[in-house]
Design a protein around this ligand. Structure first.
Ligand SMILES: Cc1cc2nc3c(=O)[nH]c(=O)nc-3n(C[C@H](O)[C@H](O)[C@H](O)COP(=O)(O)OP(=O)(O)OC[C@H]3O[C@@H](n4cnc5c(N)ncnc54)[C@H](O)[C@@H]3O)c2cc1C
Length: 470
């Protein structure tokens, strides 16, 4: 609850036009891209600049008001659902690209900048920022950093974490710190930059970030490999990596996903196959040509029924754009889409794909699978309806089995979508009691009043570990 005295203080900081506690304004920010989570915030505030952020946090810390920093709300873990009310903080006034430094190969941005807008500006300057989440048309850099987002190019180039050089962060008490710098080397103290990357708004508010850029690759080629046997496709992924070829992109789509994507994007994807791999390589033309030939040979030896290379940049772009639409395409089919991102070592991809199919049959639910197979990061997606309580229970049981299987195979609950509310009851399966205790210690040291995104990461109730076969 925000009483009239506190309201006055907050309005004095940001101005009336940037403080919204109307019911319609609050409703808009009561949910995010995650199904089945909704809670009203008490107010929605848009700071004009970093000084506003410092002042807002000071007031909220004193009054113990929850703060939920929000980019575009495209996260899939309930990360921006204000589960304990309080304030949703928007960055619509803090969305500028501040500098492209061509000598140090860095870009410095405000948190509300849209990822794709930044990538376009960076590429116009002849440079390259590889992390490309499928949501990049709408996601913000602040959200990408806070979720440590990955993308289609993650296999070769890594994820957001690998590009964050420096952060400006406002701590819950309103103090500002600066971590890292435009530096290739820096071992001065604990790595606070990495601590804030992926911290899901639970430790502070990021107000500025400096990101690493690299030279733009000279050329790229994109290919499709088609399979009538889903496990053969998964085996190809492991084989490509085992043969020491690291493509830029190595994406997997099963037949349900292919059909949904084709129906949505209509670019002529084959709908009579069980699975496809979308593969891209970039770099000097002669190396790209050599790798693409090797990959095609491997796919054919693993029973690919057809392998085709895109004839032009436009055709290649259509294929990758179609892949990026997979979630939106599937989401059109049923009222509720539950998408997970269990991740396993690459060598276990075939085992995991088979396990997901067996688990779907066991619980009598429909699961489509696509994802960044080269990273071991699969997106088993269940199309369902939250109003069907019986089916929802089976869906939850199926995903619990999937998490357990991923962990048994040396994997993890989430490769890129974060913990938020959704995975918090399962986090201990991955980290153990001692791991959770260390994380809680860090949280309490930085945010003793638990105002930063409360109710996320640490669950009130833990799920019992499921033993497969029980
Ligand atoms: C169609 C679709 C496709 C997707 N594809 C991918 C994908 O390929 N790879 C991937 O990794 N994810 C993907 N996602 C998930 C999501 O888009 C990413 O997690 C993205 O980084 C979230 O960005 P956002 O701006 O929407 O952040 P939000 O959802 O608004 O916030 C995410 C988290 O960041 C925190 N936060 C936001 N801004 C700040 C700040 N300034 N300071 C501190 N904390 C902050 C929030 O509190 C929250 O915990 C996809 C989602 C959708 C809907």
């Amino acid at each position: 609850m925000i009483d009239s005295k506190i309201r006055e203080q907050l309005v004095a900081i940001v101005g009336n036009e940037n403080y919204d506690d109307t019911i319609s304004g609050r409703l808009v920010y009561s949910y995010d891209a995650t199904p089945n989570h909704q809670e009203l915030p008490d107010a929605v505030i848009s700071p004009k600049d970093k000084q506003d952020v410092c002042q807002i946090l000071k007031v909220c810390n004193l009054e113990k008001i929850p703060i939920v920093a929000r980019g575009s709300g495209s996260n899939l873990c309930g990360g921006t659902c204000p589960v304990e009310g309080g304030i949703v903080l928007l960055f619509k006034h803090m969305n500028q690209l501040l500098e492209i430094d061509k000598e140090n190969l860095t870009v410095t941005v405000q948190p509300g900048l849209i990822t794709q807008d930044m990538i376009k500006q960076v590429e116009a300057a002849g440079l390259f920022y590889p992390p490309d989440p499928s949501s990049m048309k709408i996601s913000t850099i602040g959200g990408n950093i806070s979720e440590n987002s990955g993308g289609l190019r993650g296999l070769k180039y890594g994820v957001t974490r690998d590009y964050v050089l420096a952060l400006e962060v406002v701590l819950p008490n309103g103090e500002m710190i600066h971590t890292g710098g435009k530096l290739a080397k820096d071992v001065a103290g604990y790595d606070l930059t990495r601590l804030f990357v992926g911290s899901e708004g639970t430790l502070g508010v990021i107000t500025e970030a400096t990101l690493k850029l690299i030279p733009k690759p000279e050329s790229k080629k994109t290919m499709l490999a088609l399979y009538q046997d889903i496990e053969a496709a998964a085996r190809s992924v492991s084989q490509i990596i085992a043969k020491r070829i690291i493509p830029t992109t190595l994406e997997f789509l099963d037949k349900h996903t292919i059909r949904a994507v084709e129906d949505f994007a209509q670019i002529g994807l084959p709908t009579d196959v069980e699975a496809i791999l979308l593969i891209e390589q970039d770099g000097p033309p002669e190396i790209v040509a050599r790798d693409i030939q090797h990959i095609a040979d491997i796919c054919r030896s693993e029973q690919a029924v057809d392998v085709t290379v895109a004839k032009s940049d436009e055709e290649a772009e259509k294929l990758t754009t179609a892949r990026r639409t997979a979630l939106s395409a599937l989401a059109r089919l049923k009222p509720t889409t539950i998408l997970e991102d269990a991740t396993v070592p690459r060598s276990e991809i075939a085992t995991m794909v088979k396990a997901i199919n067996d688990i779907a049959i066991k619980h009598n639910v429909k699961i489509s699978t696509f994802g960044h197979a080269g990273d071991g990061n699969l997106h088993p997606t269940c199309l369902t309806d939250v109003r069907d309580k019986d089916e929802m229970e089976r869906v939850e049981a199926a995903f619990a089995d999937i998490f357990a299987k991923a962990i048994d195979l040396g994997g993890t609950l989430t490769g890129e979508h974060g913990v938020g509310v959704m995975k918090s009851p399962y986090l201990e399966w991955k980290l153990g009691e001692a791991g959770i205790a260390v994380m809680k210690g860090i949280k309490e040291a930085i945010d003793p009043n638990n105002i930063m995104n409360p109710g996320k990461m640490f669950a009130k109730e833990l799920k019992k570990r499921v033993v497969i076969g029980e």
